[in-house]
Design a protein around this ligand. Structure first.
Ligand code: ADP
Ligand code: MG
Length: 352
């Protein structure tokens, strides 16, 4: 058997496909870009559940002229300092990959304007490789609009799957978006869908709240707070490290009556993450007090970046904590929660 090196183009096609496996990942990447650009208003529009495209408009910093050639090139990023709020720099392993991958699997048009140029801006189109194809001057207020169409155009199997399962894929996007709407404070987010008949409907909306509590009301309605208490607690791991835990959680006596677990979110340093082990631990602890219901869990953990490895998967949603610290943290969480639930929420803050 003779081995051949795969061509650079093929490598590009293969690895791009891995970052954007489903439209959920595409929407997540675009949303994170808008958040990183310091936007306070973000609007996401699905055209026919994404079948005809997705558009995301923000009022963020915009992109300046000198960067136009590089925006969609692989490994070009402007985030060496800016990203700290969401995640530390060194954990951003696949930086500068998202737009390049999106270019590779779909058509993309970016309109953007920076503060000093608004209301004039630029409309940019790109080649499949990510190179800038064309730019023209247009009217655009400060911020960026990314329009994606022809999703999975050269990937027939993935495209067919998406067309068959579009309602399910759309729902996955909404579930993912909910986690961001809950954790993001001081940002107004609007998610709409233009349905098959052409009607525009609001799917999700937050109003720039300062507190997670108010985001929950925006997402689930005021009954979304039923049985929840606020948590704001520092857990001391050892002399060097402290973990801050804050958010909302069910009372022992008043869990989620729907018996589903779709209102359980863990965030680390304000980033939604998949941390099944931690959710399992909290669920098991809750069951000791209330074995009939499931708790609503919306907890953010502020953890020193030295203790984290976020670079486990391209989408950065899987988190690894070193074994030693994970064990310590889990012990502290159980001690705190047992006391909290047994004593009816001694540590909870009163609502204000
Ligand atoms: P990364 O986010 O890892 O830097 P991306 O491919 O997602 O890589 O984006 C590449 C670059 O394009 C970003 O670093 C940023 O400078 C710019 N960019 C993308 N989207 C936006 C946006 N909505 N507003 C401002 N700049 C953006
Ligand atoms: Mg990005």
């Amino acid at each position: 058997m003779k081995m051949n090196r795969i061509s650079t183009d093929d490598v590009h096609n293969i690895t791009s496909g891995q970052v954007i496996i489903e439209i959920k990942s595409l929407v997540k990447e675009l949303l994170e870009n808008s958040i990183d650009a310091n936007s306070t208003v973000i609007s996401i529009t699905f055209k026919k559940y994404g079948l005809e495209g997705i558009e995301i408009l923000d009022n963020g910093d915009g992109i300046s002229n000198e960067d136009f050639n590089n925006i969609c090139l692989k490994n070009y990023t402007s985030k060496l300092e800016k990203f700290e709020n969401l995640i530390s720099v060194k954990t951003l392993g696949f930086r500068g990959e998202a737009l390049n991958s999106i270019c590779n699997i779909s058509d993309i048009v970016i309109t953007t304007s920076i503060a000093t140029e608004a209301p004039k801006g630029w409309e940019l189109t790109f080649k499949k490789s990510g190179e800038l194809l064309n730019k023209k001057m247009v009217n655009q207020s400060k911020g960026t609009c990314v329009k994606i169409t022809e999703i999975f155009k050269d990937l027939p199997v993935r495209k067919l799957n998406f067309e068959k399962m579009y309602r399910k894929e759309f729902q996955k996007c909404i579930d993912m978006l909910i986690s961001y709407l809950i954790i993001l404070t001081n940002v107004r987010i609007l998610v709409t869908n233009i349905d098959i008949s052409g009607k525009k409907k609001v799917v999700l909306k937050t109003s720039g709240n300062k507190k997670i509590k108010d985001n929950i009301i925006n997402v689930y309605g005021s009954s979304g707070l039923d049985g929840l208490t606020e948590i704001d607690k520092s857990l001391e791991l050892n002399n060097d490290y402290m973990v801050k835990m804050n958010g909302m959680i069910s009372k022992a006596s008043f869990g989620d009556g729907r018996l589903t677990k779709d209102r359980q979110f863990i965030f680390i340093n304000n980033r939604p993450v998949e941390y099944k082990k931690l959710l399992k631990l909290i669920n098991e602890t809750y069951k000791k007090m209330n074995y009939l219901q499931n708790p609503v869990i919306m907890l953010n953990f502020k953890i020193n970046e030295n203790l984290l490895d976020i670079n486990v998967t391209p989408d950065k949603r899987t988190i690894l904590l070193s074994n030693k610290f994970e064990k310590l943290l889990f012990e502290k969480i159980v001690i705190f929660l047992e006391d909290f639930w047994y004593n009816g929420g001694t540590y909870s803050l009163p609502f204000n």
